[in-house]
Design a protein around this ligand. Structure first.
Ligand SMILES: NC(=O)c1ccc[n+]([C@@H]2O[C@H](COP(=O)([O-])OP(=O)(O)OC[C@H]3O[C@@H](n4cnc5c(N)ncnc54)[C@H](O)[C@@H]3O)[C@@H](O)[C@H]2O)c1
Length: 263
């Protein structure tokens, strides 16, 4: 049995994680942390089958009061680093889905996670998205021109998405660098998107979207589009469950769901 605290429990993702814990036999909800509805029972708020916990607003204090094996964090880019530190100091394992974690942040996590801490950070928990990234990396061996278009709901605060950045990093490993002598003229700044590892990334934010990404390869007389769509937030839950279950098998800090599955 894994005793789990959900941080950001009332957010769109947090609610799905709480419901995942509620319906999974070997998971037990022991804490629900959020800044809203503090003091209320999450069972009533989310109409849960079994899980019950008073909503608290201090992660550190909550971890002192309950016997937790793991924290799952889906909060905001502004608070996530503080949360990871707090959880590591409490000697509890953590699965992080909150995005906006930079390479510098990751290095900091590695500094404050000692040999007893297990940390899994994944910018995308959708297995299909992991496959899309892997296939993109493979395609880059054969097609050298590529751009990424990522689309998310308008509530997403960070851009480009962690998935888009990670995809660009993976593609870059197989891309043959080439001299580009064209002098582009951006009539509107940003029209060609942002650049990561020499790859243009375009971010779209609109209500009605969930999480979508298209990787567009161009070649002589041909294009290849690799597209993944998360049409609802349940699409991320098998990946979250996998990460929680893998905590026992990993050492230290693992970044990316691709490092937890055999591709
Ligand atoms: N890794 C993935 O697969 C994946 C998928 C979807 C979203 N995300 C990311 O997850 C994060 C959350 O997304 P969302 O759509 O659920 O956002 P959301 O705004 O709906 O939820 C965030 C929740 O965190 C709570 N919160 C804010 N500060 C807090 C604090 N100090 N302590 C505890 N709770 C706090 C908010 O009250 C809110 O309920 C974002 O960074 C998003 O980009 C990741």
């Amino acid at each position: 049995m894994k005793n789990i605290v959900v941080s950001g429990a009332l957010g769109k993702m947090g609610q799905e994680v709480v419901k995942l814990v509620d319906r999974t036999d070997n998971f037990k909800l022991v804490g629900a942390v959020d800044v809203a509805k503090v003091g209320e029972d999450i069972k009533e708020v989310l109409n849960l089958e079994q899980a019950s916990a008073e909503i608290t607003n201090d992660l550190g204090e909550t971890l002192e009061q309950v016997e937790a094996d793991a924290v799952v964090d889906f909060t905001t880019p502004q608070v996530v680093m503080g949360n990871i530190k707090t959880v590591c100091e409490a000697g509890v394992d953590i699965v992080v889905g909150t995005t906006g974690i930079t390479e510098a942040d990751l290095n900091k996590v590695k500094e404050f996670a000692d040999e007893n801490n297990k940390v899994i950070i994944a910018p995308n928990f959708a297995i299909g998205a992991i496959l899309m990234m892997e296939f993109s990396k493979k395609a880059a061996k054969f097609l050298d021109d590529v751009e990424i278009i990522e689309q998310h709901h308008d509530g997403k605060l960070d851009a480009p998405s962690g998935t888009a950045i990670k995809t660009a990093e993976l593609i870059q490993e197989n891309l043959t660098p080439k001299e580009d002598e064209r002098e582009e003229i951006e009539k509107l700044e940003g029209a060609r998107g942002a650049e990561q590892d020499g790859i243009n990334i375009h971010s779209v934010r609109l209500p009605g979207l969930v999480a979508h990404q298209e990787v567009l390869f161009g070649g002589e007389g041909q294009t290849l589009k690799l597209r993944h769509d998360s049409i609802n937030r349940r699409s991320f839950m098998p990946g979250v469950a996998l990460a929680i279950n893998k905590l026992d098998e990993i050492d230290g800090v693992v970044y990316g769901l691709d490092n937890l599955i055999e591709l």
